[in-house]
Design a protein around this ligand. Structure first.
Ligand code: PHE
Length: 345
């Protein structure tokens, strides 16, 4: 027997032993390179085949081929086994422990402003008011002019305005311009509408004031709409919103678009009028502005003030959420701090 055959047999045994040691698919790949690859041990050994005497070559060549096939076969089996082991290990490592307690999925919920706004609007809807949607970006004319603010009137300064690049187009400072839009759409039919929505004022942000906030406007126009209707509707509203037995009071005030104008207070919902921090020890909470629609505004809305009368009110929505939920700072509302939203929602 030639030296080469001995070497082949040794290589065969050695290769099988080495293959048995491999644990991972990476190792079997490396093994393939070591023995069967282009520069592997078997390939290198077979280059010696050419130097053999001619008559020995067929037998040695045949044996070499058998060994090569046997090694390829053994590799295939080993690869299948290591792949299976790796899969099993990975599956048990990533396995789900079904005995662990579950994690509650985060669910969305309404923002406190949304809840309070819907509650307010709902109360008026049940009294027969329709919801009227008016734009947030307004003309100076709608926001001020048609509401009877004279140009340069100091009342404009009560509502510091955000302007667009076009000074005639502004972010509305209150929901009152919606009064004009609703009247113009329905005049000369009588109307009862509420107008909820966003407003902006260029103010210093404090615990009580944000630059962006929500209001609900109310408006009733008809042939025989009186100041006592206003008082009755508002008393009904406060009893629905804050519980039966509420007291309200009107204090004289000024708005260019109402005459007479009032501030509407409710007896403190926290202390019931005894006096506390919330009501600044007055027993009363200031909730909204209101009044009889000014004849000029009725006219601008398309109603003849000799025939029609009306009243309007406007209140901040956040303030109602604050009172109902005991929130002490309006800045929480739009900070988007999830801890606040989860606690109050
Ligand atoms: N628009 C007024 C404000 O924002 C509130 C108001 C509305 C007053 C309607 C009277 C009538 O302060």
């Amino acid at each position: 027997m030639s030296e080469l055959v001995t070497q082949l047999e040794e290589l065969h045994t050695g290769a099988l032993a080495a293959l048995a040691q491999t644990q991972t698919t990476d190792e079997t790949r490396a093994w393939h390179g070591d023995y069967l690859g282009r520069k592997g041990k078997l390939t290198t050994l077979l280059t010696g085949l050419g130097q053999l005497p001619r008559e020995e070559r067929p037998a040695v060549g045949k044996r070499a081929n058998e060994i090569k096939l046997a090694l390829e076969q053994a590799l295939e089996e080993r690869q299948a086994a290591t792949a299976h082991d790796e899969m099993t290990a990975a599956l048990s490592a990533e396995g789900i422990d079904v005995t662990l307690p579950g994690r509650r999925p985060l669910t969305g919920r309404y923002h406190p402003t949304t809840t309070a706004g819907r509650e307010i609007v709902g109360i008026f809807q049940r009294m027969g008011f329709y919801v009227y949607d008016a734009p947030e970006v307004e003309t100076d004319e709608m926001n001020f002019g048609l509401l009877n603010f004279a140009p340069g009137h100091p009342a404009r300064e009560m509502q510091d305005t955000f302007f667009t690049t076009n000074p005639d187009v502004i972010l509305r400072t209150h929901t009152s311009p919606g009064q004009i839009r609703a009247m113009r759409e329905y005049a000369p039919e009588p109307i009862r509408v509420v107008l909820p929505g966003k407003c902006w004022r260029n103010e210093d942000v404090t615990a009580r004031a944000e630059m962006m906030f929500y209001q609900v406007e109310g408006l009733a126009v008809g042939h025989n709409i009186t100041f006592s209707d206003l008082k009755g509707v508002l008393l009904k509203f406060f009893n629905e919103m804050y519980g039966e037995g509420r007291k309200i009071r009107f204090r004289k005030s000024y708005f260019p678009f109402t005459e007479p104008s009032v501030e509407v207070d409710v007896d403190c919902v926290l202390c019931g009028g005894q006096g506390c921090r919330m009501c600044k020890y007055t027993g009363w909470l200031e909730i909204m502005g209101a009044g009889m629609v000014h004849p000029v505004v009725l006219q601008n809305g398309g109603y003849d003030p000799a025939v029609f009368s009306g009243w309007a009110f406007g209140m901040g929505i956040e303030r109602q959420a604050i009172l109902k939920r005991g929130i002490d700072d309006i800045r929480y509302f739009y900070d988007n701090d999830v801890r606040f939203l989860e606690r109050v929602a």
